[in-house]
Design a protein around this ligand. Structure first.
Ligand code: GLU
Length: 437
């Protein structure tokens, strides 16, 4: 996707502030950000807020903040409602030039009003899209389309073209829905004497049911990902891999990596499916890179006051891919063993068909062996070595590991008994085992 060397690259992302930003918004901003920065250019953000009913300032704010959280910031910000005089100037000139005209229009209700129509030259337009090649369209089918409701109320195609022209945009990188708009926009460019930018359309993100992801069909907002405890690095990484395929099998890319390695030419033609498992995997890769202190801080912050104990951190960290999983573990009761002595159901202590006497004996052996460990050195490793020494001599290890786990946690499914024991400490562990006996 070459451009002339003497021309400074200017890209833009132009979201309509009609909803919270989602991964599609992130993709839009990210691709434009990367391409501009890779080429020593500028990236503009334009809030396409001319729809007075659907556009809301709080959405605009959420888009800016959500993208900033991901590390994406525009060099300059525009808002279309601040530019109405500019559009008016163009509409007036187009009417004077004869490339647009006022015509009477009848709406669905049968009411008539004056609108501004574009005078279609009815010709074949050929444009180049970086991943699809040359595309030719006969514009006759587009008729004399409306470009403004009246001289003060420009419509979408006109504002896009005027803004891109006025702000010196050289590259339009946008979602594939933009492809259908390109012929009309090129006609308007030609009418106002604007230079044609270079076009690159990227594919939609698809939901697991193969439906195009969008605000209204279950796309999570960036803010939701933030609240669920994903790291911005993981969201960026996940998003870019939905559109772009690196040459090798590498999967981890931060913005600084992408500034070196991303190639707009390698954007695919078909949309990738949003796979949350992959996102969770990526997120875990990024949280694993954090310092011990950082991990502790984030986990403890999501625990109820009474559970805020660093002893729980390694056990929790093993089992999460995002910080929000901590809240889920708490809600599922997986950490209750830490606060309250479990109610033990005798029947559940039994492992398969092991006779109760044998279970009891194993628990006694366990207590005796653990009694020999030092209170202040009751580590997971020590507990494990001690218990395995006994368990390995049994017919089956489960005869010992199962009742110990259950006696300590009161749960069939729980972290391994060694970790639980080391968290509880020697006294509490032995107390619980005695109770079970
Ligand atoms: N405002 C449009 C949207 O949010 C994008 C316009 C464009 O990139 O040309 O879909």
């Amino acid at each position: 996707m070459g451009h002339q060397d003497n021309e400074k690259v200017v890209t833009r992302f132009a979201p309509s502030p009609t909803g919270l930003p989602h991964l599609g918004t992130a993709m839009y901003a990210l691709l434009n950000y990367l391409y501009a920065h890779q080429n020593n250019g500028k990236v503009l953000m334009r809030s396409e807020n001319t729809d007075p009913v659907r556009s809301k300032p709080e959405y605009e704010k959420a888009i800016i903040e959500g993208l900033a959280w991901l590390g994406i910031k525009a060099d300059k910000f525009y808002r279309q409602t601040d530019r109405l005089e500019i559009y008016k100037k163009y509409i007036t000139k187009m009417i004077a030039d004869g490339t647009a005209y006022i015509s009477l229009d009848t709406n669905e209700k049968g009411e008539t009003r004056d609108v501004v129509r574009f005078k279609n030259p009815n010709k074949v337009i050929t444009f180049h899209d970086s991943s699809r090649g040359d595309i030719s369209v006969d514009t006759t089918d587009l008729k004399d389309f409306i470009i403004a409701r009246d001289i003060n109320s420009p419509l979408y195609h006109l504002t896009v073209v005027v803004d891109d022209h006025e702000t010196g945009v050289t590259h339009i990188i946008r979602g594939e829905d933009g492809l259908a708009n390109t012929p009309r926009q090129i006609l308007i460019q030609e009418a106002i004497g604007a230079k044609r930018p270079i076009y690159a359309h990227y594919p939609f993100i698809l939901l697991p049911n193969h439906i195009k992801m969008g605000k209204r069909n279950g796309a999570k907002s960036i803010q939701e990902y933030q609240q669920l405890g994903y790291l911005p690095e993981a969201i960026v990484n996940f998003t870019i891999l939905l559109a772009w395929h690196p040459k090798d099998d590498r999967e981890l890319f931060t913005i600084p990596d992408l500034l070196k390695e991303f190639e707009l030419e390698r954007i695919g033609k078909s949309g990738a499916i949003l796979d949350e498992k992959k996102l969770n995997w990526l997120n875990r890769e990024y949280i694993k890179k954090l310092s011990k202190e950082e991990i502790e801080k984030n986990i403890l912050a999501r625990l109820p006051k009474k559970m805020q104990n660093v002893k729980l951190v390694p056990l929790i960290f093993e089992r999460i891919s995002k910080w929000g999983d901590v809240n889920e573990m708490v809600m599922a009761g997986e950490l209750d063993f830490f606060l309250k002595v479990p109610v033990v159901d005798k029947q559940k202590l039994i492992y398969k068909k092991t006779p109760p006497e044998k279970i009891k004996n194993n628990l006694e052996l366990t207590i005796k062996a653990l009694g020999n460990l030092a209170e202040n050195n009751f580590t997971t490793e020590d507990v494990k070595n001690t218990l395995m020494l006994i368990a390995n001599n049994l017919e089956s290890r489960g005869e010992l590991l199962h009742p110990v786990r259950y006696a300590l946690s009161g749960r069939d499914q729980s972290p391994d008994p060694f970790i639980i024991a080391s968290i509880l400490g020697k006294d509490e562990t032995i107390t619980r085992l005695q109770k079970a006996i």
